[in-house]
Design a protein around this ligand. Structure first.
Ligand code: MN
Length: 221
């Protein structure tokens, strides 16, 4: 067995609420425009069409509670999202079995360099430069399904310096959690450690240095 040519990168892992264990992360999938009101605010048709996904990197996840303002952007936006963590996976997962693969749920932010994403969109380029930057996914501890059940409804709220900026309900998702899992598994082989960010309600907007961002999702705390 050959040894590694360089020092092995650390395993990315996030805390599990109430337990002294960590959840190791393999991949991070993010759905776009999954709440009608957000699709409309971004200038898109809210009618249900096939979902689309982009990816962030596992090491973009940051459970520290801090978000350093990233370089090369003047317009960094908050997107409040529920993260879904998988304990198992597979390909072509039937809809009625999709939830069996869920380990738990967490609060997450899909922080976005909106100006760079806007240029990428306009030029038909990939979104990574606007999305998959360092520490772009502040994330809370994972709440196990055994503890909180499956979350398919509940108020989502994001405050900045105490003012409500985003509000919605998990039940407003265009593509529900089982549908996202089943759909993704037709295109990718899902596996333990995969995380899916489930989209953001309306009210996205810029953050400034020093802002205090507070996210809550009913049932996920
Ligand atoms: Mn998002």
């Amino acid at each position: 067995m050959p040894s590694y040519a360089i020092e092995t990168p650390p395993v990315v892992a996030i805390p599990v609420a109430g337990q002294d264990v960590l959840f190791p992360v393999r991949r991070v999938y993010c759905i776009g425009r999954n709440y009608a009101a957000h699709a409309i605010e971004m200038g898109h048709d809210p009618n249900r069409e096939d979902p689309f996904f982009f990816q962030k990197n596992p090491d973009n996840l940051d459970p520290s509670g801090e978000f350093p303002y990233p370089p090369k952007s003047e317009d960094v936006h908050h997107e409040a999202e529920m993260a879904v963590a998988l304990k198992s996976g597979g390909a072509n997962i039937p809809l009625d079995q999709a939830l069996d693969h869920v380990f738990g749920y967490a609060l997450a932010l899909d922080m976005t360099r909106r100006d760079l994403q806007g240029v990428a969109k306009k030029m038909g380029r990939p979104w990574e430069i606007g999305k998959a930057f360092e520490r772009s996914v502040p994330i809370g501890p994972l709440h196990r399904v055994d503890e909180v059940g499956h979350l398919d409804q509940g108020r989502v709220e994001l405050k900045i310096n105490g003012d409500i900026r985003q509000e919605g309900d998990l039940n407003q998702m265009i593509w529900k959690v089982p549908e996202m899992i089943s759909y993704l598994s037709e295109y990718f082989t899902l596996a333990p450690g995969d995380i899916i960010l489930s989209g953001t309600p309306s009210g996205v907007g810029p953050v400034r240095k020093g802002d205090e961002i507070e996210l809550s999702i009913e049932g996920c705390a």
